[in-house]
Design a protein around this ligand. Structure first.
Ligand code: NAD
Length: 288
């Protein structure tokens, strides 16, 4: 694939104007990542400051095959969930909902698992990596509520709840070595129907995105004139493929991202500024 000349990253004002010009009168597909939710207080993986301290997330194979890895995951998630679940949409989510309401989007695809787009009023959101508000049984496939699992875990593991632990991405929490030593006594949640282990209904590292979800996302991207990516390093291939696909079809790609991303060489417009400011400006300029 022949790449366009790399474009310079623009600041909020100049970049915001370039973005408005690119999107005016066009149908836009939106792909969001963790950077869309940092202004709601949910950390990303690869932003300034998080890159160095982020722990390696649990791998799918370890979670399904190793009871200790599973116990560690749930023990950490017990403390991370309450604050994660209490987060609210920020102006970036709200601006995207307004753009969709004004019928300017072909749809919204997100790599996030926090449900904040739907909470802000977006509909038909394709959640590429699933939803942290649900759990799936590894035995019978039953889908249950993460809130119910949380209630069960808090009842059965009161000594393990540490609400002072720093919040980590994906509803996780950073916990210390003493916590690691106490893991043996942690009771892990199981399926309400068949008692098999449950897993958050999200795509773990090492797991594939379901084919139907990828197809839904492609139909949103292919129906658009412009692909707008917000707050993603595009380090994960499941998001990056849409940027590559758009460029292969000569579709302009706009990136709103603090810092570098794997999509930079494919971009028509790059805005290196906070998503909330840039998207609020875009919605103000384009929504009637
Ligand atoms: P990432 O952490 O790899 O990249 C986020 C990017 O957003 C970084 O380049 C960062 O500099 C930028 N950014 C941070 N705040 C921003 C802001 N206010 N405005 C504009 N840009 C900002 O995230 P990713 O590419 O989405 O990949 C991480 C994976 O981890 C995803 O697949 C996702 O499933 C998961 N994740 C989800 C959440 C969530 O649901 N909120 C949070 C963390 C990680």
């Amino acid at each position: 694939m022949e790449l366009p000349q790399p474009v310079r990253a623009l600041g909020a004002v100049e970049g915001g104007q370039a973005l408005v010009e690119l999107c005016r009168g066009k149908r836009v597909a939106v792909l969001t990542g963790a950077g869309c939710s940092t202004e709601s207080g949910i950390p990303d993986y690869r932003g300034e400051g998080t890159r160095r301290r982020a722990k390696a997330p649990v791998q799918y194979r370890a979670f399904v095959s190793d009871p200790v890895a599973r116990r560690r995951y749930w023990a950490r998630a017990l403390s991370g969930w309450r604050r994660f679940a209490g987060k609210r949409p920020n102006p970036a989510h709200e601006a995207l909902a307004a753009l969709q309401c004004a019928d300017l989007l072909t749809g919204l695809v997100t790599q996030n698992v926090d449900g904040l787009h739907q909470e802000a009023g977006s509909h038909g959101v394709v959640e590429l990596h699933g939803a942290l508000s649900e759990v799936v049984c590894l035995g019978c496939g039953d889908i249950g509520s993460r809130h119910d699992v949380q209630r069960w875990m808090e009842q059965h593991n009161p000594a393990h709840l540490d609400l002072s632990a720093p919040m980590a991405p994906d509803g996780d929490a950073d916990l210390d070595e003493a916590f690691e030593r106490s893991l043996a006594s942690f009771l892990v949640p199981t399926c309400r129907l068949c008692d098999a282990p449950v897993k958050p209904h999200v795509v773990f590292f090492g797991e594939s995105v379901p084919k139907t979800r990828v197809e839904q996302a492609w139909s949103i991207v292919n129906a658009a004139d412009v692909l707008l990516v917000v707050g993603s390093s595009l380090a994960v291939y499941s998001g990056y493929r849409f940027v590559r696909g758009a460029r292969e079809r000569q579709q302009p790609v706009a990136l709103v991202n603090l810092g570098d991303s794997r999509g930079d060489a494919h971009a028509t417009v790059r805005v290196a500024a906070k998503a909330s400011a840039v998207l609020s400006g875009l919605a103000k300029a384009l929504c009637p």
